[in-house]
Design a protein around this ligand. Sequence first.
Ligand code: SF4
Ligand code: SF4
Length: 226
Amino acid sequence: MEYNLLTFTSLPTKDFKKRETLTTMLKFLKQVGDYAKETVQAARYIGQGLSVTFDHMQRRPVTVQYPYEKLIPSERFRGRIHFEFDKCISCEVCVRVCPINLPVVDYDFDKASKKKKLKSYSIDFGVCIFCANCIEYCPTNCLSATEEYEISTYERHELNYDNVAMGRLPYKVTQDPMVTPLRELAYLPKGVLDPHDLPQGSQRAGLRPEQIAQQMEPKKEETTQK
Ligand code: SF4
Ligand code: SF4
């Protein structure tokens, strides 16, 4: 026979005490059932949370203790542009190829030698999008990308670098005695999860650009023979 609250409430009045006890018991059992259900649910949520934690134990770190630690920028990182005054021929190619005509080339035209004489050169890094078009097309290679990315200032106009500021070479992360350089996390050798204390000469996952170039060489030879 199935018992429920209605069965017990319909008992005769002489069994009032018994009925009350049974009702209390039912309520208690219901509370225990609810409590057990909530416990199972809570355990499931804790399990879900811990599964994320354990999963992260197998992943590469994403935190760097900046500014005490810094990541070594990748080989083709496009940071603040370096300018070599003596190499510039004031051709203004960099201005024409820049999507926003940003470089300012100030020169005098020497009629005797029929050559332009550079007076000053500047790029406003508050506006520059670091596309490196100017670097790519400069005929004398007097522009180059450095690995400097810390050029923030309180005043935006201070980012307008002249040829003197652009001629300064930045500190390399690997040469700064105040900084612990870390290998870029994505470039850690296979299976290595900690970027600290990497053994000397350990290879990163994947190939270096010169190794890729080496692999491509025989293919080039094959195509020329055909
Ligand atoms: S393209 Fe190069 S050489 Fe020509 S003006 Fe610009 S920086 Fe100077
Ligand atoms: S990096 Fe691009 S946006 Fe900046 S000055 Fe050169 S061409 Fe212009």
